[in-house]
Design a protein. Sequence first.
Length: 443
Amino acid sequence: MNTSYLQVERSVPLQGKAELVGAKNAVLVIMASLLLTRGKSRLSNVPRSADVIHMILLLRQLGAEVSFFAEEHVLEVDTTQVNKWQVSPDSMKKMRASILVMGPLLARFGYADIALPGGCVIGARPIDYHLKNFVKMGVEIRENGDFLYARASTLKPTRLVLEYPSVGATENLLMAAVLTSGVTYIVNAALEPEVLDLIVVLKKMGAKITITPPAVIEIEGVHELQSIEHAILADRLEAGTLLIATAATGGYIDLPQAPAHAMEVFLLKLEEMGHKVEVGPYGVGVRLHATDKPRAVSFKTSPYPGFPTDLQAPMMALQCTAQGKSVVHETVFENRLLHVRELQKMGAQITVEHNTATITGVDELYGASVIATDIRASCALVIAGLMAKGTTTMTGIHHWKRGYDALEEKLAQLGAHIIVREVEEENVQSSYVVEETEKQIRV
């Protein structure tokens, strides 16, 4: 049993400069896309998160040779010997991003045997958008319990229409289409910065992709793709979390790599609260000077370029001590308000009706024992802990580790009192597991 937890104390104002790692939501799909190639590829700015480790192990199961130099944030993947298309249920259950190997495997082999993916408990997140459109491309899919068996003698180019701009479906279909002879269109495609980073990678491989207004991706299939070198784009969600943490503690932060051009609605809301936001040249780099009298703001999550659902929970925590009342509408995931009950334990005044939360600012939060239910909820609880009087202990930190590369250390360097603690008798075993995992990854 994992009894590790995060301990957070009320913080002094955070101060300083922080560097960002590569985006989790970009690196996992880019790692999956390497299955489309034969040869050694090199990725830099790769975060050392649990999900990256899980994807490494998944790629190895398929026959890839993988070396991860964690300190340098460099990942080398040789896909020459990939010869399998079956993904174990254990691998699939550890993260939802595992479904993203389906498109590359179908494009490379015409086969994909996968279990239904796992990950955070934030809603149904159906993969129907993936499956229905794969069928339109000529894939036969058979379900057996939690397992999917997909077969395609030849993938067919066609016009694929998404009723909702699903990021995962867009990425999966895009990766299948780049090796499909003919022209494929994805209509109402997701165009998040992380999707665009995948497109940059696919073009480096030799794919022919065009984006046309309002949200159509046109893919002309090619016969083969080449291995590549690529630096993963900076994580706008890590940047947003650090900005919110700084705002929560009344501090100052400089994020020279922050992609402000991809965070405009979020930054607007911080300004509406009264925080001073300075954006660097060409929309890169953000400095935040926090106000000591933050005003409550309302917001609604929506696909890019709207307010990101992945920053909803941390931003809600920030509203808990703001002056006034805020209303938060979650429109992307139906169960992404599970953090509310944990914030309530800390004294937050929040009411929920369906997917709408109303927050009335209070003078103070109080430390409590709380449980993280997903990656972004873990951020919300840490931020609340930085504001709260006393000590906050958060279990469920595997979610925190899945999404971030030692973010607690960055917060500590900025002045936060935050530390990962483990029950003494498990220290030896945990250290052994970490050491053995690092040995495997660095082979």
